[in-house]
Design a protein around this ligand. Sequence first.
Ligand SMILES: C[S@@+](CC[C@H](N)C(=O)[O-])C[C@H]1O[C@@H](n2cnc3c(N)ncnc32)[C@H](O)[C@@H]1O
Length: 214
Amino acid sequence: MYSADEAQLYADRHTTPESPLLARLNRETHVQLLHARMLSGHAQGRLLSMLSHMVRPRRVLELGTFTGYSALCLAEGLAPDGVLHTVEQNPELEDRIRRYVREAGRETQIQLHIGDARQLLPTLPETWDLVFIDADKINNGTYYELVLPQVRPGGFLLIDNVLWGGKAVDSYPVKPADKDTHAVRAFNDKVQADERVENVFLPLRDGLLLVRKK
Ligand SMILES: C[S@@+](CC[C@H](N)C(=O)[O-])C[C@H]1O[C@@H](n2cnc3c(N)ncnc32)[C@H](O)[C@@H]1O
């Protein structure tokens, strides 16, 4: 038998490595910032890039930029005239995000919006091919309902942290006051029951929910 950790290490060793730029951003985030584990990281980053290459999106929306790691991964698969809009509420992250976007040579492809996603979303009247929801988990349901009408039929949404450190699973003794866990569970159940979409739950890292709008 093998452990889940061994399987993950083996999977990581058989996944294309990060680019030197992404490896530097990953390292810098871990050395300089609190809550660095929020960053998608190597395996999930390569999956985001792979999915984006498969979709070849013209319009991508990301909610929750953090230091820009996942935005850079998703941008790798953009169509030649594609644009990725990413929304981050913390203005202290802006300089770092812009520096890495510049270093990646993606200033025209990645449009950063600083502010609260709930307020900014209605100001982005695009039709999305691909959406990555990775901001405050308590608002997953709000973001999903706001954005789904703007996703083209056949378009995709990806929602991160749907395992929520394992607290989403039925056997976890969730406390009544743990609002985030209740919100993550309610969101996962909502998507599962939503006839407008098809969904696949990947237990990769902290759980990634793949959703296709019918
Ligand atoms: C999990 S991190 C994003 C990680 C990033 N997508 C990655 O994979 O590297 C969540 C980010 O969402 C931001 N955020 C939280 N609430 C937000 C809101 N209401 N509007 C916009 N951004 C928000 C946080 O400041 C944080 O940087």
